[in-house]
Design a protein around this ligand. Structure first.
Ligand code: APR
Ligand code: PHB
Length: 392
């Protein structure tokens, strides 16, 4: 088999890249280890920056998003019981609440409608030849060992994928922070406790009230990393969440049986560069942010938005050298999002062992920003998302 761009991984990054390349008339094939149903069963975050919505618009995969997504012009910080509203219009643009799972489904449908090729349940993907001009993917599909020759390989295969591991020792520099806590999350068919998302800082630990629709909510509480989901009955979860909310929100909270309950660890992670020879890394394959800034999906989308425009420059514009700038351009945005995600995480979570003085200083840092119009706008701008990185 032969294609122009071989994409590893059919998560949101791989699927969006596939669509952007289809639009640009650049042939591509996606190989995915799991089945389509499995990919659609993963519950993930749900805050889309305007830049992400624009990219989905540009590939014609946003009809349902505009019909069912909820536009939010702000969010709340709940600081030890005090409610503070952050107005996104003051510093940036609104965000759209729409589940990542739904984004993935819409991109899958758009790809199917255009006849784009995705191979699911592909085993043993191996990447070769990226140091030369003719790279390839080897894999097994339906028991048949197959080679896919291509011009470039893009690793959109997430944090645990094969692409990053293909790059020889010593090429990549890793920057990492692992936090000693995770988020215990539940999905529930009850109306959200508040019209907007609520990020709560509390002595018992962080909590987040989020939503998927007017009748479906997503709630999280910070728990120690070693905590086990089985130890958390629904009742225990609701009690803990209520304890971290203000009395008015606690009273309004509508509980119900959880549809899903899981614990996600928190990590900040970046590799540099995001390219080696003819292999590019995009999305979670290259970086992870803690979910507190709602940046993971948006960064993945921005990476492939940039990469697709560089491929277009290389093929339609006859400037293949443009591709060499991918890593440098992508990393600028990645690090700004990393900073914001780390900062939100540090300000809002209780860190075991953190001294009382620093805890007070974090509170004062939030108060300082919230007391200033510029400070509020800074938070709003970062949350709403920075503009896409371009070549200029
Ligand atoms: N071969 C083929 N496919 C693979 C392999 C492999 N060896 N390893 C992983 N994959 C697939 C996974 O099954 C998954 O479907 O790659 C896909 C990667 O998708 P995601 O993990 O969703 O990563 P990405 O597309 O970069 O999206 C980033 O996901 O984790 C969230 O916070 C993150 O919202 C962000 C988004
Ligand atoms: C979610 O709805 O799952 C969600 C929302 C905002 C975040 C993280 C997760 O910052």
């Amino acid at each position: 088999m032969r294609t122009t761009i071989a994409i590893v991984g059919a998560g949101p990054a791989g699927l969006l890249l596939g669509q952007l390349l289809q639009r640009a008339g650049i042939d591509n094939v996606i190989v995915e280890r799991r089945s389509a149903d499995y990919v659609l069963s993963r519950i993930r975050a749900g805050v889309l920056e305007q830049g992400t919505v624009d990219l989905l618009d540009s590939v014609g995969a946003s009809q349902r998003l505009h019909a069912e997504g909820i536009v939010h012009h702000g969010f709340e910080l709940l600081l030890d019981g005090r409610r503070e509203h952050i107005d996104l219009d003051a510093g940036g643009v609104p965000v759209t609440i729409y589940g990542q799972t739904e984004v993935t489904r819409d991109l899958m449908d758009a790809r199917a409608a255009q006849g784009g090729q995705t191979l699911y349940e592909v085993d043993d993907v191996a990447i070769g030849g990226v140091d030369g001009d003719r790279p390839w993917l080897d894999f097994t599909v339906d028991g048949v060992v197959t080679r896919l020759d291509c011009d470039y390989v893009v690793g959109c295969d997430g944090f645990h994928g094969v692409s990053r591991r293909t790059i020889p020792e010593g090429v990549l520099r890793t920057y990492e922070r692992v936090y000693p806590f995770g988020w215990l999350g539940i999905l529930v068919d009850t109306p959200p406790v508040n019209d907007e998302l609520v990020y709560a800082r509390h002595a018992r630990g962080f909590a987040l009230c989020s939503m998927r629709s007017a009748s479906r909510s997503r709630y999280y509480v910070q728990v120690p990393t070693e905590e086990r989901v089985d130890d958390w009955s629904d009742a225990r979860f609701w009690n803990e969440l209520r304890a971290r909310l203000s009395p008015d929100l606690a009273e309004r909270l509508q509980t119900g049986p959880s549809l899903e309950k899981s614990i996600a660890p928190l990590r900040s992670f970046v590799v540099e560069p995001m390219q080696h020879g003819r292999l590019f890394l995009a999305g979670d394959a290259a970086h992870i942010v803690p979910p507190t800034g709602a940046k993971g999906l948006n960064l993945a989308m921005a990476d492939v938005g940039l990469l697709a425009s560089l491929f277009d420059k290389a093929y339609a514009g006859g400037e293949p050298q443009a591709l060499a700038r991918y890593s440098e351009l992508a990393l600028r945005r990645v690090w700004r999002a990393q900073r914001f995600s780390w900062w939100m995480t540090s300000m809002l979570h209780t860190l075991p062992g953190l001294d009382a003085f620093t805890t007070r200083v974090h509170g004062a840092e939030l108060d300082t920003l919230l007391a200033s119009r510029a400070g509020r706008a800074t938070i709003a701008e970062a949350y709403a998302g920075f503009p896409g990185q371009t070549l200029d």
